[in-house]
Design a protein around this ligand. Structure first.
Ligand SMILES: [Zn+2]
Length: 304
């Protein structure tokens, strides 16, 4: 149940101002609040003097100006991008043009699976399809700068190209939208995939980082415990979907109405896509059946 996750919505940070939650980590939040972005997308600055930026953010001149102001007199050597949603990467060309920094990411935007025949991607507008990194990183690759060492951690699920970045010396992780302290992550096919997402959460349980800095919302202390709550929440949601199918519900709108109690109406579409993500995974594992490919308007039943 989502209410069991120890969410923290206390973020005392005005947009486009800079603060330093721990020594060496500065953050500047864009002024793009909303149901998916909380108070705004957070860009991080790593180090001092010769620095790296994680997620330059949306293509918003005020935010780009605030970010460049925050590093005035310093040299930006590296830009890391966690994923290519339009609130995270479109400021890259402007920040790169001003700084000459090298851009590192897993790769260009892509869906987690091919589109089915007749299917359109409801998230097309949210993907930054122009993004190209200078350097494509593989899982475990290490990039060193002045006073910091960053390890790339592939974390597909929210998007296929999602990557978190661990700062080895500080034992912290820049988690992007993979794990957020204020809400659960949207996992919406075909950009996202639940089986990948769950595997990426499990992967984090084998790591040591004690604090996560997410793309939205406050820092997450006791990160390992938080991830275990996140995993339990998804398993509970899957159990709820199976329970509703057992009760005779057959379509995604009915399931969403039954299990997402008190949902912000602006999130109904996202809840439907999250439910589709679970159903895709359950069909693949043979627990649920549908006619043809799992789809948002499909009819579902327990298998067997
Ligand atoms: Zn995102």
């Amino acid at each position: 149940m989502s209410e069991d996750i120890p969410f923290n919505k206390a973020l005392d940070l005005a947009s486009d101002t800079v603060d330093e939650p721990i020594p060496g980590v500065r953050r500047v939040m864009a002024n793009n609040p909303g149901p998916f972005t909380f108070k705004g997308t957070i860009s991080y600055i790593i180090g001092r003097g010769k620095v790296a930026i994680v997620d330059p953010g949306p293509d918003d001149p005020a935010h780009i100006g605030a970010l460049l102001d925050a590093v005035r007199g310093e040299t930006v050597t590296h830009i890391f991008v966690t994923h290519t949603h339009r609130d995270h990467s479109p400021a890259v060309p402007a920040v790169k043009a001003h700084t000459g920094a090298t851009v590192y990411a897993e790769g260009p935007h892509r869906a987690s699976r091919p589109l089915h025949i007749g299917e359109h991607n409801p998230l097309d507008a949210s993907g930054d399809r122009d993004f190209r990194p200078d350097v494509m990183l593989k899982d475990g690759e290490v990039v060193s700068g002045d006073g910091w060492t960053i390890e790339a951690v592939t974390t597909p699920g929210h998007t296929a190209n999602h990557m978190a970045f661990a700062w080895k010396e500080k034992n912290v992780m820049f988690a992007g939208d993979h794990v957020m302290g204020w809400a659960t992550t949207i996992v919406a096919p075909p950009d996202g995939a639940m089986s990948d997402y769950m595997a990426s959460l499990q992967k984090l349980t084998t790591r040591e980082e004690s604090v996560y800095f997410p793309g939205h919302g406050p820092a997450i202390p006791d990160a390992q415990r938080f991830v275990s709550y996140y995993i339990l929440h998804r398993k509970a949601r899957e159990a709820s979907i199976l329970h509703r199918l057992g009760k005779g519900e057959t379509d995604i709108p009915s399931i969403v109405r039954a299990i997402y109690i008190g949902l912000d109406p602006r999130l109904t579409g996202a809840a439907g896509l999250s439910t589709l993500a679970h159903l895709e995974d359950l069909v693949t594992r043979g627990a649920v059946a549908t006619d043809g490919q799992p789809s948002i308007d499909g009819v579902y039943r327990l298998a067997g």
